[in-house]
Design a protein around this ligand. Structure first.
Ligand code: NAD
Ligand code: ZN
Length: 347
C-alpha cells in the first residue's frame, strides 16, 4: 500500500509499504481521509527529534473498518470510524479514562501519537488499538477527519475555559483562523453565545472567520479597537492558535482582568509570568494539548447535529507534497485533507 512517511528530518516521501495486519485487540482501517495539520510541518522540520524514523504521518484520520484482530467483537467490518490518536502508556489512570493526551508518563513515551512517532493515517490503510476507534457513521469522511485534531483540540481548549465563557456578555477572541481556529469559532457558536472577535494576519482568513460565525474579524493592528468596541473591558478568553511572539503579545494585551489566555499554537512565542507583570491580575494561562476520547465522541456528536461545517480542500494522497507546500505557503483556507484513491465514499 502507499504511505506518506517521514524518512529523515525535513523530508517526507510517498512510498510502498506492506499492508499492516491487526494483532490481538487491534483493527485495520481503510483510510478514507487524513487531515494535514500545521503540527505536521513542525514535526517534519525539527519536532521529531526523539522519535524513530521512518514513520507514516497523519494524526487526523477517518477510516472504514477493514479487518478485526483477535478478541475484537464490538465493531463491524465496513463501519466508519475516526481515530483518537494521542499516545499514552495505556495503563495509568488518565489513559484508563481516555485522557491519553495527559498520560502521566507522557514525557517518557517513545511517541506523541499515531502519526507523531508511530504510523498514522496518511496511507491507504492503518492498524491501531480498538480503544482508539470512535464510531463516526453518517458523516462525510473528510469532515469527520478534521474533527479528530482540529475539532477535538479546539473543543478541549474551549471546555477548559467554559467558566470564563459563561460570564455575562462574555467576549472571546480567536487569534489564528486556520485549520483549528475556524473550527474553534464554529464550536464557540455551537456551544455558547459569547461575542467572538477573530484575528488573523491573512485577509482571506478573516472572510472565513465571518462565515464560521465570528461577530468581528480583523487584522492584528485593529484587534484592540475591535475588542474595545465589542465589550469595553477586554476579552474574557483569548485563544491563541498561532502561538507566535506577536500573537502572544497581542493576546496578553487584549485580556480582561481575571481573563483566560489559552495558548494552543506552537509558534515558538514566549510569555514571562511574573507578579506584577504583563498579565492582568487574576489571569489564568492554559496550554492545552489535543483532547480526550470522550471529548472526541462529543465533537462527533456536535458535527452530527449539523452545527459544525469545516472548510476543507481535498488532495489525493499522491499529492501530499503539494498539500504540505500549500499549508506552508499560507495558501490554504481551513483544512487540507488527503484522500487515498478509491476509498472515498459517503457512508
Ligand atoms: P494553520 O496554518 O491552518 O492556521 C494558522 C493560522 O494562524 C493561519 O490562518 C495564519 O494566517 C494565522 N497566523 C499565523 N501567525 C499569526 C499571527 N502572528 N497573528 C495572527 N494570526 C496568525 O495551522 P493549524 O493546523 O490550525 O495549527 C495552528 C497551531 O496549533 C499550530 O502551531 C499547530 O502546531 C498547533 N496545534 C496545537 C495543538 C495542541 O494540542 N495544542 C494541536 C494541533 C495543532
Ligand atoms: Zn495536529
Amino acid at each position: 500500500m502507499l504511505a506518506y512517511r517521514m524518512t529523515a528530518p525535513g523530508s517526507a516521501e510517498l512510498v510502498e509499504v506492506p499492508l499492516p495486519e491487526p494483532g490481538p485487540g487491534q483493527v485495520r482501517l481503510d483510510v478514507l481521509a487524513a487531515g494535514v495539520c500545521h503540527s505536521d510541518l513542525a514535526v517534519l522540520h525539527g519536532g521529531a527529534a526523539r522519535w524513530e524514523l521512518p514513520f507514516t504521518l497523519g494524526h487526523e484520520t477517518c477510516g472504514r473498518v477493514a479487518a478485526l484482530g483477535e478478541g475484537v467483537d464490538d465493531l463491524a467490518v465496513g463501519e466508519q470510524v475516526v481515530v483518537h490518536a494521542p499516545f499514552g502508556c495505556g495503563h495509568c489512570p488518565r489513559c484508563a479514562a481516555g485522557r491519553t493526551n495527559y498520560c502521566d508518563l507522557r514525557a517518557s513515551l517513545p511517541a506523541a501519537g499515531l502519526g507523531l512517532g508511530l504510523d498514522g493515517g496518511m496511507a491507504q490503510a492503518m492498524v491501531l488499538d480498538r480503544a482508539r476507534v470512535v464510531p463516526a457513521d453518517g458523516l462525510d469522511p473528510v469532515v469527520a477527519a478534521t474533527l479528530t485534531d482540529a475539532g477535538l483540540t479546539s473543543f478541549h481548549a474551549i471546555q477548559g475555559a467554559r467558566e470564563a465563557l459563561a460570564e455575562p456578555d462574555a467576549l472571546a477572541v480567536v487569534i489564528g483562523v486556520g485549520g483549528l481556529g475556524h473550527l474553534a469559532i464554529g464550536l464557540l457558536r455551537a456551544l455558547g453565545s459569547p461575542t467572538v472577535v477573530a484575528v488573523d494576519t491573512r485577509a482571506e482568513a478573516l472572510g472565513l472567520a465571518r462565515e464560521c460565525g465570528a461577530d468581528v474579524a480583523v487584522l492584528p493592528g485593529d484587534a484592540a479597537a475591535a475588542v474595545t468596541g465589542a465589550g469595553g473591558h477586554g476579552a474574557d478568553v483569548v485563544f491563541d492558535f498561532a502561538g507566535a511572539q506577536s500573537s502572544l503579545d497581542l493576546a496578553v494585551s487584549l485580556l480582561r482582568t481575571a481573563g483566560e489566555l489559552v495558548v494552543v499554537g506552537s509558534g515558538g512565542g514566549a510569555l514571562t509570568v511574573s507578579k506584577p507583570g504583563v498579565l492582568p491580575s487574576g489571569a489564568v494561562v492554559r496550554v492545552p494539548f489535543w483532547g480526550s476520547r470522550p471529548e472526541l465522541e462529543a465533537v462527533v456528536g456536535v458535527a452530527r447535529g449539523g452545527a459544525l461545517t469545516p472548510r476543507t480542500t481535498i488532495y489525493p494522497l499522491t499529492d501530499a507534497d503539494r498539500a504540505f507546500e500549500d499549508l506552508r505557503g499560507g495558501r490554504l483556507l481551513g483544512r487540507a485533507v488527503l484522500v487515498p484513491a478509491g476509498t472515498r465514499r459517503r457512508s
